[in-house]
Design a protein around this ligand. Structure first.
Ligand code: ADP
Length: 422
């Protein structure tokens, strides 16, 4: 079994985003949680190793990325893709520069590209400047990010501050002309001693023109957008077969620990549809009540006849008040633990189709379910595919799971998800 494209993603939901794009371009994809200890569970064209390395110390990010690289190489990966955020989230120390450099050294290559462009998500790069929607990155709100404030939209400058390699630009003039012009520009940059080139792209057509020019590169670094142009290099075209999962069966449930606006609307929509829904109260968890057992007792008789929802989702005012009494982190961790226990308990009751809302909540649930690998299936809404995974809680039977980060999904997501063919 040989993997064609080996991907290293610097966070969990970013990994799913990349995997989703590769599947839509025709590749069969598995996402792993960390560097796997086990062999691959399915035959696939691409693997995305999900790390949590975006904001850790650069030396740790490098070590984890190199471990992922070694594992991907052991699976035969022909090309390596380092995936970061479409807003180029990083600090002046890294980790995009240090990880890119370490991967280049390990792969023995003196040139790669870097571009977070993802036009489907309104991230475009022009003259090396990154736009989020209609404004420059440093006017988009990202300048105030608590961990990775992005105060400069010029990616050549941003990346140059993080790396010893010389950073250059493949600008839109070359990209608009197509793969040959891009190839000529790359040759020119190499001759000038450039090691990493930011690439302009303002449309999917730009990314599709870029794809063929990357065919021989041992390493590509990018957001998830560039992925749409790579499968064709391996002779792969979009197909329904790429997203095929084993047939779904078993009971259905939704757990939600997300308090984002979209999730609040989705919870309201589910409740208004008359389906069974249970709100859990963080203050009762804090008071020592076994809220998870209560929720499972509530769900057991109901889940037999259709999807149930268990949620801690609340309006901003209620969340603030809980956070004020328990502390932000303590409240978050406690709710995550409880929802993860409920997810595991629901699978114990026979749930085999599970929707989880919330990025951090998803991480907690995947961990509680002992999931190490997920095969990526059809998309429910942009960025949210159904996945298939083995879980020790499911007694050796596969489980269908969809992990929805906060603001993704239409209002009817919690009911629509179960109607998507898979
Ligand atoms: P999102 O993807 O919407 O950001 P996350 O799961 O990443 O969702 O984050 C939501 C955080 O809020 C989690 O840590 C979760 O445990 C916490 N949380 C959920 N419900 C409540 C609540 N009612 N009060 C306080 N914190 C909550």
């Amino acid at each position: 079994m040989t993997v064609l494209l080996g991907c290293i993603a610097d966070d969990f939901t970013g990994a799913t985003d990349l995997a989703n794009n590769l599947v839509r371009a025709g590749m069969r994809v598995v996402q792993t949680i960390g560097v796997p200890a086990e062999p691959l569970a399915a035959e696939v064209d691409a693997v995305v190793v999900a790390l949590k390395s975006r904001t850790i110390a650069p030396a740790d990010a490098v070590a984890q990325s190199l471990a992922a690289l070694r594992w991907l190489q052991s699976q035969g990966a022909r090309q390596i893709y380092f995936k970061y955020c479409s807003t180029f989230d990083s600090t002046p120390e890294g980790n995009i520069g240090p990880v890119t450099e370490a991967l280049m050294d390990a792969l023995g290559t003196d040139f790669t590209i870097a571009t977070p462009a993802f036009p489907d998500n309104k991230r475009t790069v022009f003259k090396g400047y990154l736009f989020a929607g209609d404004v420059l990155l440093n006017e988009s709100g990202m300048q105030n990010h608590p961990l990775t404030p992005m105060t400069d939209a010029n990616l050549v400058r941003v990346l140059q501050a993080q790396t010893r390699r010389k950073v250059g630009l493949i600008d839109h003039v070359a990209v608009a002309q197509g793969p040959d012009a891009i190839g000529e520009r790359i040759a020119q940059l190499r001759a000038e001693g450039v090691g990493i080139a930011i690439v302009d792209a303002v449309s999917n057509d730009d990314l599709l023109r870029l794809g063929p020019a990357l065919a021989q590169m041992p390493l590509v670094t990018a957001g998830s957008g560039v992925a749409i142009g790579l499968p064709a290099n391996f002779g792969i075209a979009p197909s329904f077969a790429a997203s095929a999962l084993p047939a779904a069966s078993g009971l259905r449930a939704v757990v939600s620990g997300s308090c984002s606006l979209a999730t609040n609307r989705q919870v309201q929509h589910f409740v208004a549809s008359g389906r069974p829904a249970l709100a859990i109260d963080p203050l009762r968890i804090a008071a020592g009540v076994d809220v998870a057992s209560e929720a499972l007792d509530w769900a057991a008789p109901l889940v037999e006849s259709g999807p149930v929802l268990v949620y801690s989702t609340a309006e901003p005012g209620a969340v603030k008040s809980v956070q004020g009494r328990l502390g932000i982190e303590e409240a978050g961790a406690m709710v995550e633990r409880t929802i993860a226990a409920i997810a595991r308990g629901l699978v114990g009751l026979g749930v085999r189709q599970l929707v989880v809302a919330g990025g951090e909540t998803s991480g907690a649930c995947v961990q509680a379910l002992g999931i190490e690998q997920m095969q990526i299936g059809p998309q429910i809404d942009p960025g949210v595919p159904w996945c298939h995974a083995m879980s020790d809680a499911a007694e050796g039977v596969g489980l269908h799971i969809a992990l929805k980060s906060g603001n993704f999904g239409t209002d009817d997501f919690f009911t629509k998800a179960f109607t998507v063919p898979r």
